[in-house]
Design a protein around this ligand. Structure first.
Ligand code: FER
Length: 290
């Protein structure tokens, strides 16, 4: 794994707050990273990555917990990554009152499902009506048509959200970055407890949406010391077993399933943002497609 190190960058994007109405009329916001050039190139459209925080977090968590913005600024300024929009939403209806270290499975799971509903019915239409993504309209057909330019990723409970987006909304997204978390379709840590059932459910959901092996890519990652490693690894292994559909490759430019297992890394943002750094150049077809 290549390691990112903070270094000052003059060519910066900016962060904007986007307010919207979520499930049951809840007042919500997401933070939006707009790359350098967004304001000076008014014709240009951008790939978009939705990136979810972990349990107990907020839209600010990624940006507060590691030099994520500097990583984006530098990756884009150096030409390593095509300019893109990154959205930091929250899956909680209101600010989380969760106490550190305490996971109430039912509360977390209900929050994930409620956000998944809001994601395609409220957040994406509102946000992509406002910013210049590849969506030519905010109706479901136009939004789905732009799916090759839209990704979803997240850390921990954000990875649970990512797998749910892959299960429920693969018609809206083509790229998934589940970082240190599994799919909880079959209960808490279900990817570890029921890996084969979980893998089959994901494959079935894709096929039901007419999505084939060439129509998506999953960039999963965790660390060997990460508490989610024992849950995520069996799920990935079970997906690899479905080799007619999931084409595993260590080359991030090939196949549709990748797994970065970082030796000695723990369950924390300073670890997982390095995985994002390593995957970013591959997410939307590399640098050559303009
Ligand atoms: C996992 C997925 C999510 C996991 C933990 C979480 C332990 C979330 C934990 C938290 O929010 O504290 O596989 O493994």
């Amino acid at each position: 794994m290549e390691l990112f190190e903070y270094q000052d960058e003059n060519c910066r994007g900016r962060i904007e707050r986007f307010d919207y109405i979520g499930t049951e009329g809840a007042k919500k916001y997401a933070l939006v990273y707009l790359p350098n050039g967004y304001d000076t190139e008014p014709q240009r459209r951008y790939d978009i990555l939705y990136l979810m925080h972990g349990g107990g977090g907020s839209p600010d968590a990624w940006l507060d917990s590691c030099p994520f913005k500097n990583m984006l600024d530098r990756s884009i300024a150096s030409g390593r990554v095509k300019p893109l929009i990154v959205v930091f939403p929250t899956f909680y209806k209101t600010i989380s009152t969760r106490k550190d270290g305490q996971v109430d499975h039912d509360f977390e799971h209900a929050s994930v499902l409620s956000f998944q509903e809001e994601l395609t019915s409220q957040l994406i239409p509102a946000l992509e009506g406002r910013y210049r993504t590849f969506a030519e309209g905010t109706d479901p057909a136009s939004l789905k048509k732009a799916r090759t330019h839209r990704g979803f990723g997240g850390f921990s409970m954000g990875a649970v959200n990512t797998w749910y987006a892959c299960y429920l909304h693969i018609d809206y997204f083509s790229v998934f970055l589940p970082l240190s978390g599994d799919l909880w379709l079959y209960g808490e840590k279900g990817g570890g407890k029921k890996p084969r059932e979980t893998a089959l459910a994901l494959k079935d959901a894709a096929l039901k949406n007419g999505i084939g092996p060439k129509d998506f890519a999953i960039y999963a990652a965790t660390g060997t010391e990460d508490i989610a490693c024992p849950n995520l690894t069996p799920q990935i292994e079970a997906m690899k077993q479905l080799g007619d559909f999931y084409q595993f490759s260590e080359d991030f430019a090939k196949g549709n399933l990748h797994y970065l297992l970082a030796e000695g890394y723990y369950h924390e943002y300073p670890a997982v943002y390095q995985y994002v750094y390593n995957y970013l150049p591959y997410l939307f077809g590399g640098l050559n497609e303009e």
